[in-house]
Design a binder for this molecule. Sequence first.
Ligand code: AMP
Ligand code: MG
Length: 335
Amino acid sequence: MKTLISSDVRLLANLIQEGKVVIFPTETVYGIGASTKLEAACLRVYEIKGRPKDNPLIAHFHSIKAIEEVCILGDLGRKLLEKFSPGPLTLILPKKDKSLFPKELATLAVRIPKNPVIRDWIELTGSPISAPSANLSGRPSLTKLADVIRYFDGVVDGILEAEEPSFGIESTVVSLVGKTPALLRPGSIESTELLSILPDLWIPEPTAKNDIRAVPLSPGTKYKHYAPNARVVLATTEEFLYSLKTMSESTLTAWIGFSWTGKEIIGLEEMTEKQSLGKNHRFCSVSSNEDYASKLYAFFESCDLAGIRTIFCEVPKPERGEEGLRNRLEKATGG
Ligand code: AMP
Ligand code: MG
């Protein structure tokens, strides 16, 4: 199949109207989308990704008004969208228009992406766009055009070229359909920020797999996610530094974290980035939790390409951005 790779939103909107599948960037990660009105096109997205059929897709809209036309927004939903949209917040709402994909569900996950070009494109299609992250199911989401092309050129009908994702982790998902609003997936919009509008927001504690409370609220949360081929080790700063100091020249190992050069690392004062990057090693230095999130998935991809076996990830800082990042890192370890 020939894939149309273009920044021409009109051409790519035509593809969606014809029932085709198009990859596009959002502020979070790349999405792989089809018209929410066309079931067969949405089902092709599942096929391409190898996504389990019981894991529904998020519908992407260009405006609050467009959401209201097909869902029951309610007071809380409106307040949340007015405060956080366009942006990385997904709401689960009751559907008004029962014909939208997935037809068997009475609810729809909705969000409005931040990039105005993407919103213009969605508007031009005349439909919401149902899109999960553009990756093979279970693998890390993609945040770089080059990685998208490597996996999907010749596989999807179109790739929309626009600003690459900057947040780097998927949207925060909040359900407004139960008795109590619930945080289904942490993300860059933090639960503490949501509390001003949702004071009784239920924030499920991370639970052990065999705990009865681990029964998934959202289908997607029960699957393996965000995992590269390499083994991911979530390391305290002390463990991270220890693994650096004791690294062996011959093992294919990588590190991503805050504490890689610091003069504070006893014994490694002389180490420069170059020296640490022997052909068996990779390093990614981050300056904040936000910077970490934005670099994480692309680093995982580059490690897999290099055949890295183990990736040490330093724990996030106990400050803004920790919640979503820690969730993704824990999932990547297989947790
Ligand atoms: P992604 O694979 O990043 O697109 O993830 C979308 C997330 O939203 C997954 O965890 C889905 O299970 C969840 N989701 C989508 N639609 C619904 C829905 N109607 N009810 C509950 N969760 C949903
Ligand atoms: Mg995904």
